[in-house]
Design a protein around this ligand. Structure first.
Ligand code: BES
Ligand code: MN
Ligand code: ZN
Length: 502
């Protein structure tokens, strides 16, 4: 979908469909007022009949009967004016765009939702949400995709606004949406397609597109680095692991602050010998959602040219059962020398993260954030409403919580109590990899802390937010697919990195 910007009167737009907005209490934005006037008060009639009030979620369709070029107008409610945010703009835009594409609109013009706002943020939000709303995964279905995407979207800004500046904002929105789309595709793809090597291939394409440095470590190199935890997980699979390193502003690493993003890339989690149930295993193609989010975020961060040295690490492996697979009671050694007694082969994500968190030290980062579909316990605690957040640094925690609120990819802080470490004490190694079910999300976080030696680290447990599970309490959001991958984490991490403050 091609997105352009125009300044001035939306009623003369060359489009088959126009989208305009109103606040609760039927307070029309200026573009909606112009449409109302051009349609001889048709919107006034709707309001008088109490068929539209501007509540969020409200939507009506009007036909123009030749009064203007567009044949139809979609009027979308924004809710209360004093609660307006960029996310309200995203949701309203997405709602309008979904309606437009349901109606098979080909050329759409939309006003910028809201009034007296940060126009840059609003234009970016419109472009981002419009693209996210029309995302469609066709998968391996034979035949053409039935989805009918509009060909073009024209974003109207006020006559006195700067079109060139707005075009930049459109590009920012497009960059973010492209990152999310990559992640959604990776999570939706079946595990026989989305292997560690495939993730590395996609990361390579991303690196090329936006100019990132990329290095992909294979088994031999991981062995040389002593990544025994990652390799322990990978050894049961015929599908070899990869350790993907993406780097933005690698050449300015000395001048800029460094932030490392780490994402769990388990391309399928059977549980290993601590085998999952049929049901438990059925959603596990999404267990690379954290790694997918890091690839998507790096795509956006590169395209946005964020003035920061950002490294993305994606340890990727299958967790399978075979004669070569690791077992409970095996002891493996991570690359920082910490030995781990395997209690459950199903606690594999933390083993991948262990080697990746240790690898992050070489960058002497100001902050490291990992994101992983790590524990069912976190999913039980928070449902689909928020991911769990653990942090060794309050400022880092607050920055991430803020990013979560702005992007509607919410985070809820959970405690890093040292007491959780008690259950990880091992007779045979420095630590166990699992301490049982109780406090499972916190125990996993404390386990990870063994591999952290930098000032600020945060861990995001996004089990349940990748979108493959249907969860109670899942947020309804018009720019996030109701079924399948959400792309959770891309917008969150990108927003966090863009607003980074040391
Ligand atoms: N990938 C799972 C966690 C998960 C469960 C993500 C459901 C999404 C939906 C992870 O590898 C796992 O199996 N965790 C175990 C840890 C336990 C063995 C300590 C769990 O949560 O049961
Ligand atoms: Mn597991
Ligand atoms: Zn897993």
């Amino acid at each position: 979908m091609d997105i352009q910007v125009s300044a001035g009167d939306i009623t003369i737009a060359q489009a088959d469909t126009i989208i305009v907005y109103a606040f609760q209490g039927s307070e029309l934005t200026s573009a909606a007022q112009a449409v109302n006037k051009a349609l001889n008060g048709a919107v006034d009639d709707l309001i008088a009949a109490e068929d539209f009030s501007g509540k969020s979620g409200d939507q009506v369709l009007l036909y123009t009967r030749g009064a203007i070029t567009a044949k139809r107008v979609i009027l979308v409610g924004l809710g209360e004016a004093d609660k307006f945010t960029a996310d309200v703009a995203r949701r309203a835009t997405a709602q309008g765009m979904k309606k437009a594409s349901d109606l098979k609109a080909k050329t759409v013009a939309t006003a910028v939702p809201g009034t007296e706002q940060d126009i840059a943020a609003a234009v970016e939000a419109v472009a981002e949400a419009a693209l996210l709303a029309v995302y469609h995964y066709h998968g391996q279905k034979s035949g053409d995709s039935p989805a009918s995407l509009p060909e073009s979207l024209l974003i109207y800004i006020a006559a006195d606004e700067d079109v060139d500046a707005a075009k930049q904002d459109v590009q920012a929105g497009e960059a973010i949406a492209a990152g999310v789309q990559i992640t959604r595709d990776l999570v939706n793809l079946p595990p026989n397609v989305c292997t560690p090597a495939y993730m590395a291939q996609v990361a390579g394409e991303v690196a090329k597109e936006v100019g990132l440095k990329i290095e992909v470590l294979e088994k031999k190199q991981m062995e040389a680095l002593g990544m025994g935890a990652l390799l322990g997980v990978a050894q049961g699979s015929e599908t070899p692991p990869r350790f993907i390193v993406l780097e933005h502003n690698a050449d300015k690493a000395n001048e800029l602050d460094t932030v490392v993003l780490v994402g769990k890339g388990v391309t399928f989690d059977t549980g290993g010998y601590s085998l999952k149930t049929r049901d438990g295993m059925s959603k596990m193609k999404g267990d690379m959602g954290g790694g997918g989010a890091v690839i998507g975020a790096m795509r956006a961060i590169g395209a946005l040219k964020v003035p920061l040295h950002v490294v993305g690490l994606i340890p990727a492996a299958d967790n399978m059962v075979s004669g070569k697979a690791y077992r409970p009671q095996d002891v493996v050694k991570a690359s920082n020398g910490v030995t781990i007694e395997i209690i459950s082969t199903d606690a594999e994500g933390r083993l991948l993260l262990a080697d990746a968190l240790a690898f992050a030290s070489r960058y002497e980062p100001q902050a490291v954030v990992d994101i992983a579909t790590l524990t069912g316990a976190c999913m039980v605690a928070l449902g689909g409403v928020a991911a769990g957040l653990f942090s060794t640094d309050d400022q880092l925690r607050d920055q991430l919580v803020g990013a979560g609120l702005r992007t509607s990819e919410q985070l809820w802080p959970l405690p890093l109590y040292e007491e959780y470490g008690k259950t990880l004490e091992s007779q045979t190694a420095d630590t166990k990899n699992s301490g049982g079910r109780m406090g499972g999300a916190g125990v996993a976080a404390i386990f990870l802390k063994n591999f952290v030696d930098y000032p600020a680290w945060a861990h995001i447990d996004m089990a349940g937010l990748a979108g493959i599970d249907s969860l109670s309490g899942k947020q309804e959001n018009p720019y996030v697919p109701a079924k399948g991958a959400t792309g959770y984490g891309v917008r969150l991490l990108t927003d966090f990195v863009r607003r980074w403050q040391a």
